[in-house]
Write a protein that binds this ligand. Structure first.
Ligand code: ACO
Length: 356
């Protein structure tokens, strides 16, 4: 009955249906409310590199109405206006930038800046003039030139292609070796868990895992939570010999040295890391025995990416992410399946990052 009902909904009814759905799954409020409140104190300019979709425009409307951000919309102006008209979306005081309609001098100055940055990476001025017409380069350049405070790209299924312009133009934060992606999974009890690296580094070495651990610890604290980290594998504390468990173990040893105050342990299996009783009975010596892990570090990208996607699809969990960590300025690349609520959450996070 639900299906046939939904099929006949008008645009306005869709709105209500969406709102109800979003309320129902709004289980991460405890985590997000303080972030949204903080964003509202000092909203920032957020450029959307691919604004010509319903979800992004609807999110932009909410962001303006709720005083969370000042959206800047990049995209085909006619297409954006058409989508807004068709869906009764009105956004007060919101800049729309059609890259192809920008004045020649503006494009030339951006091309020159891009050329300066990339001339020793094989980019000619001719290349730079073409690249800057790509909205992902243009958006990254706006942030680099301080004409926007944060960049939101996507919704995309091409994460790798979309993150590259941001890495090339905005780059990593001083002192950071590599960026990584985090997801927050909140279950129906309202308990949040932090997962990394879920989006960037395919097969990190032990040292690269230590980088990921450092970035993730900082980002968990950003949410006002003290991380309790488990570096995951398919064995517990040396119970199986093998390349992957040994890599995880080495990463834990190095991380303990580098961050002596961090609660971290492993290598450890996921279920053991999350089960305090099991830990106390079998591994009372572990850092995690007092209270199980809330932050899971995956040994490589495959398991991290698959894990959060499974949890998102099965069992009523809500996900926020991918939160890109370690960029010089806030940048996030949204994936195709993001809900409007998730987009709003990601922007609120980017605004607070820009404030700090
Ligand atoms: N941290 C910091 N900088 C990096 C990183 C990193 N992890 N990776 C690359 N860079 C830098 C490079 O040093 C280079 O800088 P430079 O040109 O100034 O020297 C720049 O970024 C571009 O480098 P490339 O060589 O073009 O990039 P690379 O081929 O290494 O690709 C990428 C980087 C795209 C992030 C790659 O690691 C990748 O494809 N990762 C997997 C992405 C993915 O598909 N994730 C799963 C799906 S995401 C999801 O499900 C939401």
């Amino acid at each position: 009955a639900m299906d046939s009902g939904v099929a006949r909904l008008s645009v306005a009814d869709w709105e209500v249906y969406h709102q109800q759905l979003e309320k129902r799954v709004g289980i991460n409020q405890k985590l997000m409310s303080p972030i949204i409140a903080q964003a509202r104190r000092q909203p920032k300019r957020v450029v959307f590199a691919e604004a010509d979709t319903y979800k992004i425009l609807k999110a932009a409307q909410i962001l303006v109405d709720e005083h969370i951000a000042f959206p800047i919309l990049l995209g085909d102006k006619k297409k954006i206006q058409q989508i807004m008209e068709d869906n009764y979306i009105e956004i007060d005081r919101c800049e729309i930038i059609d890259v192809t309609e920008q004045p020649e001098e503006k494009l030339e100055s951006y091309a020159q800046m891009l050329y300066q940055k990339r001339q020793r990476k094989g980019v000619t001025l001719y290349d730079a003039r073409k690249m800057i017409l790509d909205r992902n380069y243009y958006g990254a350049m706006m942030v680099h030139a301080n004409e926007a405070d944060a960049l939101i790209s996507g919704l995309t299924k091409e994460y790798a292609r979309i993150i590259r312009p941001a890495l090339q133009v905005i780059g990593v934060e001083p002192g950071v070796n590599r960026v990584a992606g985090m997801y927050i999974i909140t279950n129906t009890k309202g308990e949040s868990y932090f997962f990394a690296d879920t989006t960037v580094n395919a097969n990190p070495t032990a040292d690269e895992l230590v980088d990921i651990i450092g970035l993730t610890a900082r980002k968990v604290r950003f949410f006002g939570i003290e991380p309790r980290m488990a570096v995951l594998s398919y064995s517990n504390f040396g119970s199986v010999a093998g390349e992957q468990p040994e890599k995880a173990l080495l990463a834990v040893q190095k991380a303990k040295q580098k961050y002596p105050n961090l609660i971290i342990d492993g290598e450890i299996q996921a279920n053991v890391a999350l089960d305090t009783q099991l830990l106390q009975e079998n591994y009372p010596f572990s850092d995690l025995a007092e209270s199980g892990a809330n932050t899971l570090i995956f040994p490589e990208l495959t398991s991290g990416n698959i894990s959060y996607k499974l949890l998102q699809e099965i069992g009523g969990n809500e996900a926020i992410g991918p939160i890109l960590m370690g960029m010089k300025k806030p940048v996030h690349v949204l994936q195709l399946g993001s809900s409007i609520r998730e987009i709003v959450n990601m922007v609120a996070i980017a605004v607070v990052e820009a404030q700090r």
